[in-house]
Design a protein around this ligand. Sequence first.
Ligand code: SAH
Ligand code: SF4
Ligand code: F3S
Length: 483
Amino acid sequence: MENTTNLAGDPGILAAPQTEPDRQFYFMDLCRDLVSARAMELGRPLTASVQTFGCQMNARDSEKLLGILEQIGFVPREDEEADLVLYNTCTVRDNANQRVYGRLGYVHSLKKKNPEMLIALCGCMMQEETVIEKIQKSYRFVDIIFGTHNIYKLAELLYRRLTGSSMVVDVQKEATAVVETLPVDRKYPYKSGVNIMYGCDNFCSYCIVPYVRGREHSRRPEEIIEEIKRLVDDGVIEVMLLGQNVNSYGRKLEEPISFAELLRRVEAIDGLRRIRFMTSHPKDLSDELIAVMRDSKKICRHLHLPLQSGSSRLLKLMNRHYDKEQYLALVEKIRREIPDISLTTDIIVGFPGETEEDFEDTLDVVRRVRYDSAFTFLYSKRTGTPAAAMENQIPKEVAQARFDRLLALVSQISREMSARDTGRVMEALVEGIDTQHEGLVTGRLGNNIMVHFPGTGKLIGKIVPVRLLESKGFYYMGRMEEE
Ligand code: SAH
Ligand code: SF4
Ligand code: F3S
């Protein structure tokens, strides 16, 4: 899909450099002039709001998008009463899509009051042709649409919109360029996500991500290490390495490298204190990775290991490449090597053809593994995926009843598991002031559980020892210990 405005003759576009990132810096300059002229007219700065749906990849993309907007001269704003609102969308389940349509209705009412307001949409949902058609037909007030493969082009698209008259649509089917050196506005000064790979090649039969994020592609290790070193120089002490399946990292690189080896190199970076990663596909989790985690001083004792279903029959239909026994054996091996590991998971209920027996298998795995926490999802039919065409789609009421049973079990176990460190002293990274209780701050333990304890804002971004005095179900109340 290409732009609907004809601006081929625009002198600004004709003079643009052809290579990246120069081209985008050029458009940022042009946009900055237009934005500051408008701000002069209005006698106030222009504001921009980036709203994120979906996973950590999208959250990281939003930091990049906001970085570009700030470079252009927009002042960030949390709510949507802004001069530019950008929705970075998710389409993994239908309710994510519905929420975006709901928000669009709301910003339309704001735009009626402020007709110069710009509304932009990007992210996974925009990679679906039916969505674009629907927006072009029923949401004509949207100004800019782009996808997951060209977020770096925001300044160029904005320039085209500001100098043209109609909706700008630029969605690419596959990545043609990855531009990593543009400005980024990080949400937290002390921690950051770092993309180590893009896309997904696994094609789990229910999942739309491979279609909207494209083929799996790893960044070179040198590039990743450089980025993390820059972040550390800038005050970051914790990184979260991001990929849809980090365990297959690096296999397709010209000089192949394993994820475990990448972790070793990240560990060696001075000044970096904590390493996390997401997500681990069970089929590719190696003994080498378990050993690196076991021996590491920096990798957090937490593994997110999506189960999806406990039924071997369904796992096969889901194209997950492991069965119930293999999953349980893997968990046992991990626990043997790293006894204090915290395990979390994702589970789908109501996959086509799921029987009571299949569902019992899921409950069985949950009881045996005893997850620290689990994200549970009702199966959502995604057009174009193999599962959408399967017979025996499960009636909503049946799926919902199973979902409720699963949630009750997961919560009960999670409550028990998260109390297990009561009395111990553990390190917490202080993330902020506790907004609910005066005089307290909130810290995150290595296993991802939060602890609230007396302290001041001066502690934010520091790692401190905290005694876990009392478990409150999903978090602790604690007290800082002398270092
Ligand atoms: N790459 C990650 C997951 C990304 S999507 C992995 O493989 O684990 C996050 C979670 O959304 C998935 O783990 C799955 O549990 C859930 N999910 C994906 N597609 C879904 C669908 N069609 N319906 C319900 N849940 C889904
Ligand atoms: Fe989706 Fe499977 Fe890829 Fe995860 S690994 S993003 S669930 S296709
Ligand atoms: Fe959603 Fe896209 Fe992430 S579909 S879960 S935002 S990769």
